[in-house]
Design a protein around this ligand. Structure first.
Ligand SMILES: Nc1ncnc2c1ncn2[C@@H]1O[C@H](COP(=O)(O)OP(=O)(O)O)[C@@H](O)[C@H]1O
Ligand SMILES: [Mg+2]
Length: 228
């Protein structure tokens, strides 16, 4: 039996990949067979003549995943735009069945599978003759959410909106992680408390700038995952 979780953020560049890398590293350093999956990725870059999915490479490197980064995603696009637009430009529409099949394959290979989304919670994967939103994929994979948020000014608004939007679609949010958190900063500390009070959800960890480890008990981390 495998367990999974979906990592989303309050926006692009908020630190989903960085935090996910620390999560998978933490699990693997506790001898847990933990894997990573990124359903779709835009903004892939050529390195040495090869198109490389940056998020997959970052997580594979930091967590020591013995799998080539290209094998960790179902859809990789070069344009650094929203996945729905990148897919239109490259004429390769995203098919939910492909993502579901790949997710099942990954979950059979690992005991804990961490799925990283694109952008924030409202992210279209397809806007052509069909509409496919990232939230449709979260529901299709039947995963709960862990939300990565910044700790800075404005985070109460973006964190609460993300939680409430997910909940309005019937998606369960298990908690939040505050990234680039400075525990000497009174605003960051207040944001942490305020977000917990308003959302009634736990901030399960705070990640400092350049943190090399996730400061959280492995058991508590594992308890956030749900059977898939
Ligand atoms: N805690 C952190 N310390 C140092 N750099 C970070 C931290 N979190 C994110 N970054 C950097 O910020 C940038 C955006 O983070 P990333 O994880 O790629 O965001 P997202 O996946 O949400 O788009 C990357 O260059 C990443 O290495
Ligand atoms: Mg990312």
């Amino acid at each position: 039996m495998s367990k999974g979780i979906f990592i989303t953020g309050t926006g692009t560049d908020v630190g989903k990949t960085y935090v996910t890398g620390l999560i998978v590293k933490k699990l693997r350093s506790s001898d847990i067979n933990a894997g990573y999956y990124k359903p779709a990725l835009s903004g892939a870059e050529f390195v040495g003549g090869k198109l490389i999915p940056g998020d997959c490479k970052f997580v594979a490197d930091i967590a020591g995943l013995p799998i080539p980064p290209q094998a960790l995603t179902s859809y990789m696009y070069e344009p650094a735009v929203s996945p729905h637009l990148a897919a239109q430009i490259e004429h390769r529409p995203i098919e939910p069945d492909v993502i579901l099949a790949d997710f099942i394959k990954f979950s059979r290979q690992h005991d804990f599978i961490t799925v990283e989304g694109c952008g924030g919670i409202v992210c279209p994967l397809r806007l052509d003759d069909k509409i496919l939103m990232q939230t449709d994929i979260i529901k299709l994979l039947n995963l709960d959410l862990l939300i990565v948020s910044s700790a800075e000014l404005g985070s109460i608004n973006s964190a609460v909106l993300t939680v409430r939007y997910a909940e309005s679609l019937g998606i369960t949010v298990n908690g939040l992680i505050l990234n680039n958190y400075d525990d000497t900063n009174f605003l960051h500390k207040d944001n942490r408390n305020s977000i917990q009070r308003i959302t009634k959800l736990p901030v399960v960890a705070c990640v400092a700038c350049h943190a090399a480890h996730l400061d959280m008990e492995t058991t508590a981390l594992c308890n956030l995952y749900k059977e898939v």
